[in-house]
Write a protein that binds this ligand. Structure first.
Ligand SMILES: NC(=O)c1ccno1
Length: 248
């Protein structure tokens, strides 16, 4: 997968040199390219923003640098599939595990990091003439810019690519993963020592009975989901999963 990130703060993405994503880039599994939006400005101050039409506080990112940057970065050959453009914004559709799974199937993603009050809305409309465009939100809160949201999305998406996680099975057992963990969050996990500060590891985990361990883990995931995510528990109940799983 190739990922292009356009931002006025390329240094924000230093963490993508670390850990599993860093290793995937070094191995060629993942091609992440950073682009400084100011490279597409031509004035002395490398201006990327201006006051909003209609008045109001803050500044809006100018369309010209974004248009030129996307023309260059998201440009493609006549027989190449266009990349998918992702715009992180509080006003976007929720970025969920399902969205991460879907985006992990894309050969190319371009992330546009807005700042200030956002990017002139004509940029997304213009880009949509040439490529699929998605506005996605990592949560119902506002950040100072899209960079933190893109770090979150890039990590959630790229960890699903074959070969990035050490153990391919672990993603399937994560909270929200499609299949057995759909609408479920993970329950508790334990490692050595068996007793720590008078807390003992649940004996079933030491039993060697894999069926019993699987059932215990599912029950604990259900309990955790009911306790911390009643919204998901409602969905499970509506799908009849909660009752069926409860009985198992
Ligand atoms: N909630 C978000 O995804 C976001 C992006 C930029 N600011 O907030």
């Amino acid at each position: 997968m190739r990922i292009d990130i356009i931002t006025i703060f390329p240094e924000y993405f230093a963490p993508l040199e670390l850990s599993l994503i860093g290793k995937a880039r070094a191995s060629g599994l993942l091609d992440i390219r950073l682009h400084d939006l100011r490279s597409w400005t031509h004035d002395r101050h490398n201006t990327v923003d201006d006051t909003p039409f209609g008045g109001g506080p803050g500044m809006v990112m100018k369309p010209e640098p974004w248009g030129a940057a996307l023309d260059d970065v998201a440009g493609r050959g006549p027989d190449e599939r266009p990349p998918r453009l992702v715009l992180p914004t509080p006003s976007g559709r929720p970025f969920t595990q399902a969205a991460a799974d879907r985006l992990a199937g894309e050969p190319r993603l371009v992330f546009a990091c807005g700042r200030y009050e956002g990017i002139d809305s004509r940029v997304a409309a213009d880009a949509a003439l040439r490529m699929p465009v998605e506005e996605l939100s990592v949560g119902d809160y506002v950040l100072n810019g899209g960079e933190s949201a893109v770090l979150v999305m890039v990590e959630a998406v790229t960890r699903l690519l074959p070969g990035v996680l050490g153990n391919a099975d672990s993603a399937a057992q994560d909270s929200f993963a499609p299949g057995a963990m759909h609408n479920l969050v993970e329950g508790p996990v334990y490692t050595k020592p068996r007793v720590w500060r008078d807390q003992e590891v649940p004996p079933v985990l030491l039993s060697g009975d894999h069926g019993a361990v699987d059932r215990w883990r599912r029950d604990e995931a259900l309990r955790k989901t009911v306790r911390t995510r009643p919204d998901l528990a409602e969905r499970l109940a509506a799908e009849g999963d909660l009752d069926r799983r409860d009985r198992e």
